[in-house]
Design a protein around this ligand. Structure first.
Ligand code: SF4
Length: 959
């Protein structure tokens, strides 16, 4: 067979440098343009499609554009090699994680082998070894780490073989062993867009030349430093016979950068540098600049926004572009569990596993379930009430319960079949798809702008489960294990957020992706980002790399070298380049990239423009939309330039004033805040006596204070969901078992560190509760008879007479005890530890006590934070000691009435009734001003009420 030829065509850096050469060669017959960079081929295709003649050639198949992987697939089919599917990195990670037992034995990696991200790092290192054609035997296996790495290579190769999968390197290796031969019609390969030539690609080039192919490789060159781009030199070393066609472009001023002769550049070469006060000022300024250029008539495809890491800058750019109405094409990745739909699915699986109806009721709060906001509380209550049914899930499944959405029955049916047996991961994947098909969850976001994101998240969820299925082929597992594995996978997975506005400006993190743009706005030019921080490969550190036999493996310092080339490619990619860097980022100071300093040295006249905090918003311009004008005018304390914006500002100011005065005195608002809330709770009566604003927040705005720490919330939730009525002996086991299932349900929503804190702290709180509960049953002769009972389900009254009407009360009693045939209610909440807290406590306790119709007037409070329990009771006979205190057992008792026994029962009832009456009167006045005091310590609305700002100024509603 006649040997082909190889030519190396030197070009200027980046896509634009190579496009002209590609254009010339694309007209030749039987040419295929290939690259390992999809962004380069994408630009090439766009360019071909815009040219009628080239497009026609492309459509006839006379010339093709394909990724290296596709080309190798075509060559492998022609060589009749067995067909193998390619294993993406995600699958390779899954295959490695499937060999957990073998990997555990790899002691050199120690605990790292169990850390999240280990398998991803291992796949990267193994891919690098394959690209450099390094076999396990080439590793210095006398060193433990290298021996373990060789073992990992074997493991992955075995797994790939077992699943009949392949990688690009494996396919090239197999091709290299096959007789060189070209498919019909393929004569010429044009390879573009490579920064480096690893040995595996050189092997492919060699095979193509042996097969008689004419190969042209485009290699970037620096006009003044031929060693700057290593790709060209590695090609000439590997193919000394190659014909080198020199770059005939004249050097531009920008090529003085990284040239051996410093300061040789003339002018600023179209480069501007902007130092912004912080990342927000930086992004705001850059996006406004882009908007300005679009307004000046620059076409969107002529302008590109660049950021070295879109994981970091993507969300900032996205929100600024939405706010300033700049259309963009932007892709960035975010952790999967930051997506609400993924979190919801995790919660649905957890609820199905632990069987808790409280968790199922919690699902109804999500908009994905389509339960209208006004009926959510009722639906949740109905679901929770099924807890007392003989088989709650069967009741749910029957679909016969009025008021419940249909999907709950489908969900319960799915759970019933899912809990019944063991399945392989592939079957679980089908079952999970089936669950989504039965329920309307994803459809519910169809009309929202976030639907595509939810779909992308679902796609990432399914792909990660497919990878898990591949790793665990054939192994069966229960629903519990499936949910645990799914959660763990999703925790470590990202999903892609794709923004595709019509006529959008491209946002990219690859200089190759800049394409044929005329103007580039680049962000984040700081040390640590450009170049990236040097980090050694944890599996194959620099010292070991040097010992690898016949190694051409790059060490960690080559990262900076790559960044240097990328920076050069960036600044040479367009006629106008603006480089931004933030002086501070988050809490810390930043240093401008060393390459910026190099650029300043090379181009003497390049200037740095500083944008301080004060310039966050520019002076308003009549071209801005009125909202933007109002914001800019407010920031700069000037008049908005247009009449419309001025009117809008006036309207806004008027709206604010109306909020402050008019709205409050408007009849409808007054009517709203002065009515007695429905349902009325004991906490509302207590709140209105203490602070009007707290009452407004709780009763009318329906806000919930999240002031309590997660530990106490978790402990109270666990106690409420545990059966307290059965025997006291096994109470501790029941509490702990319930906590484990609560924790399981939380895993999808909670970080590892928070879970760890809960795991450590909550069992201690539960043990304390258990000890106090047992002591109270014994010492105070209490027998629990109900728990989580509504007022209407107890002997307590659920109405309060007021001005001839009966006001309905609705509240929950945490535990109802029986003592001497009479009922004693217990509520969780604070128990006073200081005398000054007694008044607040007595009010709560008295309110509950007066609801007792007759007989024993005693109420109990339990504070989980200190494990203390307090009884407040009215003596029937002098000196009667119904609830003896016991400090060692955290039991305290207090007799009703402000001054202990000085109040008779009648006086106590009258006093409490008067306080309730006063509270109703205050509600009727619609008073809403904050009333600070001792009670602020347990309020949780301090950020809302602005008690310091408002001070003593009353904001009462006055007619
Ligand atoms: S912090 Fe104090 S003043 Fe503010 S709402 Fe709460 S109780 Fe009232």
């Amino acid at each position: 067979m006649k040997r082909g030829s190889i030519s190396i065509l030197q070009t200027l850096p980046g896509f634009e440098g190579q496009r002209a050469a590609a254009e010339r060669l694309f007209t030749k017959r039987g040419v295929s343009i290939t690259s390992s960079r999809h962004e380069v081929l994408r630009h090439l295709r766009d360019w071909v499609f815009r040219n009628e003649q080239l497009h026609a050639r492309y459509q006839t198949g006379d010339a093709s554009i394909e990724m290296v992987g596709e080309l190798v697939g075509r060559l492998a089919s022609h060589a009749a090699l067995p067909h193998r599917r390619s294993a993406p990195a995600l699958f390779q990670e899954a295959l490695l994680s499937g060999c957990a037992e073998e990997v555990e034995r790899l002691t050199a990696f120690g605990e790292a082998a169990h850390l999240p991200g280990f398998h991803a790092a291992a796949v990267q290192t193994l891919q690098e070894l394959r690209h450099h054609r390094i076999a396990p035997a080439d590793l210095p296996t006398e060193e433990r780490r290298a021996a373990d790495l060789a073992c990992l290579v074997d493991q992955l190769d075995r797994e790939l073989e077992r699943h009949r999968l392949s990688t690009l390197s494996h396919r090239i290796e197999r091709l290299a062993d096959a007789e060189p031969s070209l498919p019909q019609g393929l004569r010429h390969i044009l390879w573009i867009g490579e920064d480096e030539w690893p040995p595996i690609f050189l092997t492919l080039l060699d095979w193509l030349v042996r097969a008689g192919c004419k190969v042209t490789v485009l290699a970037e060159t620096h006009p003044f430093d031929e060693r700057f781009f290593v790709a060209a030199s590695s090609l000439t070393e590997a193919f000394p016979e190659a014909k080198v066609i020199a770059n005939d472009s004249s050097a531009l001023p920008i090529h003085a950068l990284f040239s051996p002769t410093e300061g040789s550049g003339q002018g600023d070469a179209g480069v501007r540098i902007v130092a912004a006060a912080d990342e927000f000022v930086e992004v705001e300024h850059a996006v406004r600049h882009a908007r300005e250029r679009l307004r000046q008539g620059v076409a969107p495809w002529d302008l590109v926004l660049f950021a070295p890491s879109l994981d970091e800058y993507g969300p900032l750019l996205h929100s600024a572009c939405v706010r300033l109405s700049v259309p963009v094409e932007l892709d960035y990745r975010a952790p999967l569990l930051t997506n609400p739909f993924a979190r919801f699915c995790g919660g649905a699986l957890s609820a199905a596993v632990n069987g808790s109806l409280h968790a199922v009721a919690g699902l109804c709060d999500s908009p994905f379930t389509a339960v209208p906001a006004e009926s959510r509380a009722e639906v949740k209550r109905t679901v929770q009430s099924l807890a007392s049914a003989q088989d709650p899930w069967e009741a749910l499944q029957s679909g016969a319960i009025e008021g419940l959405p249909e999907w709950l029955s489908e969900y319960a049916t799915w759970r019933s079949s899912a809990s019944s047996g063991m399945r392989t991961m592939t079957d679980w994947l089908s079952a999970f798809r089936d669950l989504l098909a039965r329920t309307p969850w994803l459809d519910e976001s169809a009309s929202s702008a976030l639907h595509r994101r939810n779909e992308a998240a679902l796609d990432a969820m399914l792909r990660s489960l497919e990878a898990e299925a591949m790793a665990l082929a054939g192994r069966t597992m229960s629903l519990r294990e499936f949910a645990r594995r799914a959660r763990a996978r999703w925790q470590a997975t990202d999903y892609a957020i794709r923004i595709r506005d019509a006529q959008g400006v491209r946002v990219t993190q690859s200089a190759w992706d800049i394409g044929p743009a005329n103007e580039v706005i680049a962000l984040a030019m700081t040390e640590g980002r450009v170049p990236k921080k040097r980090t050694e490969d944890p599996l194959l550190p620099d010292a070991l790399r040097k010992k690898v036999r016949s190694s051409s493996l790059p060490d960690s310092y080559t990262v900076a070298e790559r960044s240097r080339r990328e920076f050069y490619r960036l600044v040479a990619s367009a006629r106008s380049v603006t480089l931004y860097y933030p002086v501070t980022f988050g809490e810390g100071d930043e240093i401008q990239s060393v390459f910026i300093s190099d650029l300043q040295r090379a181009l003497g006249s390049v200037r740095v423009h500083a944008v301080g905090f004060e310039k966050r918003f520019p002076l308003p311009s009549a071209e801005d939309d009125p909202f933007d004008q109002v914001a800019c005018a407010a920031w700069n304390d000037v008049e908005p330039p247009t009449e419309e914006a001025r009117r809008m500002r006036e309207a806004l100011a008027e709206e604010v004033r109306r909020c402050d005065d008019t709205t409050i005195v408007s009849p409808s608002v007054q009517e709203e805040v002065s009515r007695i809330p429905q349902p009325l709770r004991l906490s509302h009566i207590r709140a209105v006596e203490l602070c009007s604003f707290q009452f407004l927040s709780l009763a009318h705005l329906r806000l919930r204070s999240e002031g309590e720490h997660a530990i106490w919330r978790a402990a109270v939730r666990t106690i409420r969901n545990t059966d307290l009525l059965s025997d006291a002996e096994s109470l501790r086991e029941r509490l702990h078992a319930q906590f484990r299932s609560e924790l399981d349900a939380q895993r999808a929503f909670t970080s590892e560190s928070e879970l760890r804190v809960l795991e450590l702290a909550v069992p201690t709180v539960l043990d304390l509760f258990c000890a106090v509960e047992k002591a109270a049953r014994e010492k105070w002769k209490l027998k629990p008879i109900r728990q989580n009972a509504r007022l209407s389900e107890t002997e307590l009254r659920d109405t309060i007479p007021h001005r001839g009407a009966n006001i309905k009360l609705d509240d929950t009693i945490d535990v109802v005890y029986e003592r001497d045939g009479k009922h004693v209610p217990l509520r969780f909440g604070f128990v006073p530890s200081r005398p000054e807290e007694m008044q607040d406590f007595e009010l709560r306790a008295s309110l509950l006590a007066v609801l007792q119709p007759k007989g024993l007037r005693a109420v109990l409070f339990h504070d989980v934070t200190g494990g203390e329990r307090m009884a407040l009771y009215q003596r029937e006979r002098p000196n009667e000691n119904l609830f003896p205190s016991s400090t060692s057992e955290n039991l305290r008792a207090h007799t009703a009435g402000r001054d202990g026994d000085r109040l008779t029962l009648a006086e106590f009832l009258n006093e409490t009734a008067a306080r309730v009456r006063d509270a109703f009167d205050k509600m009727g006045r619609g008073t809403i001003h904050p009333e600070p005091g001792q009670h602020c310590e347990r309020c949780g609305f301090e950020d809302l009420c602005r008690r310091q700002d408002i001070g003593p100024r009353p904001m009462e509603v006055v007619e």
